[in-house]
Design a protein around this ligand. Structure first.
Ligand code: MG
Ligand code: ZN
Length: 220
């Protein structure tokens, strides 16, 4: 057990060193970087597609896609009009800082742009891996259980914003959204929370305003 813990902490230490290098690069190039995390199927890719569609006239957007296999999401993002790089993590269930460093080398985002990282769908270990991002956004959808925040508290605690997606489906599912919001606040009192439906744009203006305010790179 002691050995396992030591190996784990060495991996994280190494990751954090690269994350610091990434941070410096992002600072030097005035990039604003978001790390999007969620379980599979919360609608991350759709949310990014919609964000590109609505913000591409205001800011340059680059996307780093993480999945175990396939380039399907990167293809979708390119169709939506942004440059994208796909990372396949193979057996790994999270992105690490080295993945991001390599992806940024390929993407070469122009200065003053927005970089969105779509992490591997997993609410557990992506919470431990700092990618050097400015802010972390956790997405849950109303087709999941209300208790995700208290089941996976590390992820919600390490996030800066929680987007509750697919609110267009609320009339058709048994989902107590107020309960979710209570659980979020239980885990992190000052967590920003927004209700959105990426598919039809509901609530998305608040999300765009949040990106604009936090990045300081454009105005809504
Ligand atoms: Mg996806
Ligand atoms: Zn993992």
């Amino acid at each position: 057990m002691a050995k396992k813990i030591k190996v784990e902490s060495n991996i994280l230490k190494k990751n954090n060193l690269t994350a610091e290098e990434n941070k410096k690069y992002f600072r030097d190039h005035n990039l604003f970087v978001l790390n999007l995390v969620s379980s599979p199927g919360s609608g991350k890719t759709t949310l990014i597609e919609k964000t590109i569609e609505d913000l591409q006239n205001k800011i340059d957007i680059y996307v780093i896609e993480g999945d175990q296999q396939t380039s399907r999401d990167a293809e979708r993002i390119k169709k939506a009009g942004a440059e994208a790089v796909q990372i396949n993590t193979g057996k790994a269930c999270h992105l690490n800082a080295v993945n991001i460093k390599k992806a940024v080398d390929k993407l070469k985002p122009s200065n003053n742009s927005l970089v969105i990282i779509e992490n591997v769908g997993n609410l557990i270990c992506p919470s431990m891996f700092d990618l050097g991002e400015n802010l972390r956004v956790v997405i849950i959808s109303v087709t999941e259980g209300e208790d995700k925040p208290i089941k996976y508290p590390n992820m919600f605690h390490s996030s800066d914003l929680c987007l509750v997606n697919k609110i267009d489906l609320l009339p058709f599912v048994e989902y107590d959204i107020e309960q979710t919001l209570d659980y979020c606040r239980e885990v992190k009192r000052d967590l920003d929370i927004m209700k959105v439906a990426a598919i039809n744009g509901e609530g998305m203006q608040k999300w765009y305003k949040w990106i604009a305010d936090k990045s300081g790179l454009f105005k809504i």
